[in-house]
Structures are given as C-alpha cells and as structure tokens.
Design a protein. Structure first.
Length: 451
C-alpha cells in the first residue's frame, strides 16, 4: 500500500509539473484521457444545463402514455465522433430537429467551463452537423507547428490558430491580403514566415520596402525584384502592370475556344494553361504601404497617384495573371488619400496584429467581420505575434506565427536561391548580391588558412 501511495504521489507530481512547464506534453500523456472521460460522463448534463436539448416529440409522449411509462427526457445532440488531437478534442455533433448551429456557437463559453477545457470553438460542417474543436491548453503561448503539414502550390502554413488547427495562406483561394499592426506587434515575423514558406516554391518574389530595405533586402537572394524607395517602386509597379498585360495576351492566345473543347478546359487564367507554358506566379510584398501614399510636394503627389493606381490595377486584374499582393502597414485608412479605400476593397484576406486604436482595427475588419474588431483591440502588448485573421466570409480566428528570426529567414532564402526565376520585365530591378560563400569562414583569427 505504501509503494502504491508513493507511486501515485509521483505520478500526480509529474502531471502537475508537466502541466506547469510543458502543457503540450501533459496533454499528450494525461490531459487527453482525462478530458475524454469528462466529456463522456458529463455530456448529457452539460448539454441540458447549456440549453442544448430539445423536449421529447409528440409521438414519444404518446407512446409513453400508451405504454404507461415515465415521460421521456429531453434529448441532447447525438455524438457522431469524438477524436483526440495533439492539442485538444474534436467533437462532431448531429443536431436534433429544431436546433440551430448558432445555438451551439452561442454556448461555446459555457461548454468551455463545463468540460474544463481551455477553449471551445464551433463551426457548421453541413446542415444539421456541427463540429466542436476543444483545446486543452493555450496553444498560442508557445507556438509549435506540427511536423507534417499540407504543402501545395501557392498554399503555405504560416501560423497556428487558437483551436490548434494550422492557418494557411492560400493565394489561389484568397489572392490578395492586408496585414496591419503597430510597431513591435509581430508583422515582421509574420512576413518572414510568408517569405520562408514561399521560398521553397516555384514563385517569383517581388518586394517593396521603403524603409531603405532593412526588412526585405537581407532576403534578396530569393527575390526577383526589389525596390527601396518610392521612385523605384513606381517603376517596378509599372513593369508589373506591363508583365500582367503580356500574360493576358498569352492566355488569350491559348484559350483554345472551339466546339470540341469542354468549358472546363478553356483557359481563363494561368492555372488553366499547360505546365510548360504557364508563367511563373508573382507575389508582391509591400512592407509599409503608407510610405507609398504619403507626399509633401506636387511632384510627390503625382507619383503617389500613379503608385496607388498601379496597385489598384494589380489588385483588380492581377489574380488571373498570377500576380498576388501582400500589403503590410500600421494603418490603412482613408487619410492616406484617394484610391486607398478602393484598394482595400480588393484585399480579401485581412490580418490584424496589435493595434493602437479602434479605428485601425475597423480599417481591417469593419467592413467584413465587425466581431473581430473587439478581438483585435484586446491583444495585449506582452504577446507580440498574436493576430486576428478574417476574410470576406465574416469568419475570424486568433492566430500566432512561430517566431522566425531574420537569420533563419535569410538562411532559408539562401538555401532556395536557385529557385529565383528571371523575369525579363523585372530584370532591371533584380537585386545585385554577392555570390554565397563556398567555404566556411574561420571563426577566429588564429584559425589556420586553407590552401
């Protein structure tokens, strides 16, 4: 009995230590079993307490009277599947007649307390089927991306969602994106994750960094074109517009419109073209859009109008030609001048890190997901990297990108420098970089020189 007691105390102490220091390990060893048991035993009572049950139907009441049996109890949604994950549990429910997915969504906070989980989110899979994703610990406190992720062309994993799922940046589904955030909010780390993910794919990276290139020029080996001032940015954007028009001429010449060609095979964008004729897709990263929109003189105002016009044209017409925009900034409102609102309307994907005021959050989500505005202004200062992401569907989620240092991003870009395509239209803007070192540099002056 004494040995059993000592072993039990050691197990409890180990579980407490893991829960404090390594919550992910605790979840995989103890937490998932305890949480599954809590859900299994408390399910009926929790659903009844949260108002997620329906009274018995008339035919059941009639059958109970005829058979002289007790009145049947209210019924909770039926469990279709309970699946453990590396961060929590996934509970799939079949709703009863008269229930709505909104009822489950409104009760997620009460379900979180009742089941003893860290977070609960719900989404409707199809009519009558709702999925609850429950997390056992704060997955955004120390972001650890899974070892196996789904990597497809133009779809890269960039962050982790608060429900434990991976947040992907899919350019073919959401072609253009806007990233907002105050200083030291995590925009640069998010941008590095984007570049690091795109570096391993067959894509041309184009950067506009008007902060004298301090953010993007260290990654220059993987970029097909870079601009570090508004004048060069204007010339680069004009070249991109010309490249877009050339791609459309190619698509038009290869549309293959005839009575023998099915509608699904008629080329309407670069992805409908044969692989040997398909132009390389281009991702344009603008580090600070306000530097392109601000002006002090008449000449700068003319330059600014041409820059914004080129960006709007690329946002409106660039998707089919394989040109995708990723625009970052601290603010992106109408105070930046005419054309900004039109440009923002074309940026479907929205990501907001910590902002300094509510109006900045409204610039990101006010027109697509008003509920996300409150979440964006509540991001604490001591947690850089946490952001709120949403799109035109109205859905939103809290995410956090894994910390990627500038050195790590540089190493990744250098490793994939051979993938940098040469685009004739962008050749004048190709950054001039020294060839990578072929031999190791001695770590100390006393190291012997190699012959």
């Amino acid at each position: 009995m004494t040995a059993f007691t000592v072993a039990l105390v050691l197990v409890v102490a180990a579980a407490g230590l893991l829960r404090w220091r390594r919550p992910a390990w605790y979840w995989l060893t103890f937490g998932v079993t305890l949480a599954a048991l809590r859900v299994a035993f408390r399910y009926a009572s929790v659903m009844d307490a949260c108002g997620l049950t329906v009274p018995p139907s008339r035919w059941r009441l009639t059958l109970a009277r005829v058979a002289n049996r007790p009145v049947p109890e209210s019924r909770a949604p039926r469990i279709l599947r309970l699946r453990p994950t590396r961060t929590g549990l996934v509970l799939r429910l079949k709703l009863r007649p008269g229930q709505d997915a909104f009822d489950v969504s409104a009760a997620t906070d009460r379900l979180r307390h009742s089941f003893g989980m860290y977070g609960v989110t719900s989404r409707e899979l199809r009519s009558g089927v709702v999925e609850l994703r429950m997390t056992g610990y704060d997955v955004l406190k120390r972001v650890q991306m899974p070892a196996k992720v789904d990597r497809t062309p133009m779809r890269i994993p960039v962050a982790l969602r608060e429900d434990g799922a991976i947040h992907y940046r899919d350019y073919r589904t959401v072609p253009h994106g806007l990233t907002l955030g105050a200083t030291e909010s995590g925009k640069s780390v998010y941008q590095r994750n984007l570049v690091a993910g795109l570096a391993a794919q067959d894509v041309a990276l184009v950067g506009i960094d008007c902060k004298q290139g301090v953010e993007l020029f260290p990654l220059a080996r993987r970029f097909s074109a870079l601009a570090d001032n508004p004048d060069t940015a204007l010339e680069l954007l004009d070249a991109l517009v010309s490249h877009m028009e050339d791609v459309y001429q190619l698509i038009r010449a290869q549309q293959r419109i005839s009575v023998n060609v099915p509608d699904a095979e008629i080329a309407a964008d670069i992805w409908d073209l044969p692989a040997n004729m398909r132009p390389v897709p281009v991702v344009v990263l603008v580090d600070e859009v306000a530097e392109l929109a601000l002006f002090a003189t008449k000449d700068e105002e003319k330059r600014r109008d041409r820059i914004i016009t080129a960006l709007v044209r690329l946002a409106q017409l660039g998707r089919a030609s394989g040109i995708y925009l990723e625009i970052c900034g601290q603010r992106f409102g109408s105070e930046l001048g005419k054309g900004i609102t039109m440009l923002r309307a074309q940026l479907t994907g929205r990501t907001a890190h910590r902002v300094n005021d509510e109006s900045s959050a409204n610039m990101a989500f006010g027109d697509i997901a008003p509920d996300a505005v409150l979440a964006a202004i509540q991001i604490p200062t001591e947690t850089p990297g946490i952001a709120v992401t949403g799109d035109s569907t109205g859905g939103w989620a809290r995410i956090r990108a894994p910390h990627t240092s500038l050195r790590q991003a540089v190493n990744i870009c250098n490793r994939h420098a051979d993938r940098t395509p040469d685009l004739p239209a962008l050749a004048p803007f190709r950054p001039a970089v020294a060839p990578p070192p072929t031999a190791r540099v001695p770590l100390s002056k006393a190291a012997p020189a190699t012959a």
